[in-house]
Design a protein around this ligand. Structure first.
Ligand code: HEC
Ligand code: HEC
Length: 393
């Protein structure tokens, strides 16, 4: 009985991903951004802006130069005709440098599928860069613009305004990247994400949404995309008031009953249950009133049957709770909960009988495989459903 309900709900989620249409969203100016003032941050520590890791990290210049050469040699898998036309309109001659479709193109597809399985299971997708990059490097910006046209514009729109041809069919809608409003940051509410945050989103995707992982793209190409997204968002890299929230070492007793019991109390004390429901089913008394920054109704996560968008890694759940998800009703608890309380909350949320936490139903995998097959059959990139091909049929 329960299994059947879950199956139905999972199906509904997949269907929702592709079919639900949304009313025209009002402008992002309607967004309310909470501002965190410094000096009021007893509960959790934030690295002061002066202690920021620079947007340009430090390793060897030679490796960077080598990686650049490699990235220039193989900018990306060949885009579809539609994407190429679209891209050519955007970038003129730059597109002619793209290699022709060849057999090598089939290999990454397979790798992409393997990565997708990791992703569905919540396994770690590598997001630690090997090489350090300067995301204001003109070379990266140019490459990033090309890649964005091929992989992202179909959903996010050519200018990143969230208005690509596929956008209307997606729920949630692809983000208007030019709004500069990002959900998944390591920085406090209201601050821009770090380049590493964007790298992680692009590499690992956002589970349960149309935002699929691009972990199989060479790292340099993912950095190029970070550079382009940062440019679209108009946020200068390293421009933070406070910078990333520090995550204290993870306690060892997260599965212990005492910690979970404390977590349940704090969950109620802080009012998580108002939205997420007493048992984490996303059905709290205020759940139905929640809207995002565009005024579109938005359900609080159901921790039992929905995967966490950001993935199940403890430190990422910590980031979500502390920094909040900008543009959604999910607040950040930087000032209102101590780090011990955040750990308690995580212990409680993880203890819920979850289908989403590190588990993926066989149905979800089957559906994902089907999606990949459909894309392969059309000669599209596996997993990358927004390569531009959809608009061309
Ligand atoms: C005012 C309503 C509201 C309150 C209060 C609230 N949340 Fe949320 N929360 C949301 C919404 C809405 C989302 C979904 C955002 C999205 O999907 O983009 C969410 C998402 C989440 C996620 C999922 C992030 C992901 O990766 O998908 C976690 C974890 C979470 N909340 C934990 C908590 C905890 C713990 C508390 C209490 C300390 C809390 N929330 C309080 C509305 C709320
Ligand atoms: C199939 C459609 C689709 C494609 C293709 C796609 N995205 Fe997304 N993207 C989405 C959706 C949907 C969201 C919003 C998810 C949400 O709000 O929960 C999103 C959100 C994002 C975000 C915002 C994350 C945050 O913290 O709020 C970034 C950045 C992003 N995408 C970058 C990219 C880049 C770069 C590419 C190309 C490499 C890309 N996307 C391709 C659908 C897509």
């Amino acid at each position: 009985m329960k299994a059947r309900l879950l199956t139905a709900l999972t199906l509904a989620m997949w269907a929702g991903l592709t079919t639900a249409a949304l009313a025209q969203a009002p402008s992002p100016q309607a967004a309310s951004r909470s501002v965190i003032r410094s000096g009021k941050l007893e509960a959790n520590t934030v690295r002061p802006a002066s202690a920021q890791p620079p947007a340009t990290a430090q390793p060897s210049a030679t490796r960077y130069a080598q990686a650049k050469q490699a990235a220039a040699r193989q900018p990306a898998a060949q885009p579809s005709r539609a994407a190429a036309q679209h891209g050519a309109a955007q970038h003129g001659a730059a597109q002619h440098a793209m290699p022709q479709r060849n057999r090598a193109f089939n290999i990454p597809r397979e790798r992409r599928w393997i990565k997708l399985q990791y992703w569905l299971r919540g396994q770690k997708i590598p997001s630690k860069p090997d090489v350090s990059v300067n995301i204001e490097d003109p070379f990266l910006l140019k490459l990033g613009a090309q890649l964005f046209d091929m992989y992202c514009a179909n959903c996010h729109g050519a200018e990143g305004r969230g208005d690509g041809p596929r956008a209307a069919g997606l729920q949630p809608r692809p983000r208007d990247l030019a709004s500069g409003m990002f959900k998944f940051r390591s920085t406090p509410s209201g601050e821009p994400p770090t380049p590493q945050d964007l790298f992680q989103t692009i590499s690992g995707g956002l589970r349960g949404t149309g935002m699929l992982p691009f972990a199989d793209l060479p790292e340099m190409q993912r950095w190029a995309l970070v550079a382009h997204v940062t440019k679209l968002a108009g946020t200068a890299p390293g421009e933070f008031d406070l910078g990333p929230v520090e995550i204290p070492p993870q306690p060892k007793d997260l599965s212990k009953p005492a910690r979970i019991a404390r977590g349940r109390q704090i969950y109620t004390k802080l009012g998580c249950d108002k939205c997420h429901g007493a048992e984490g089913r996303g059905d709290g008394p205020s759940a139905n009133e929640q809207v995002d920054a565009y005024g579109v109704p938005m359900a609080p996560r159901d921790f039992v049957i929905q995967p966490l968008k950001r993935g199940e890694y403890i430190e990422d759940v910590y980031r979500t709770i502390v920094t909040g998800l900008d543009g959604t009703p999910m607040p950040g608890y930087l000032e209102s909960a101590s780090s011990e309380e955040i750990w308690d909350l995580i212990a409680f949320v993880r203890s819920l009988p979850s289908e989403g936490f590190n588990k993926v139903s066989p149905l979800e995998i089957a559906r994902a495989r089907e999606l990949v097959n459909i894309q392969q059959g059309r000669g599209q990139h596996a997993v990358v459903s927004g390569c531009g091909c959809g608009s061309g049929g």
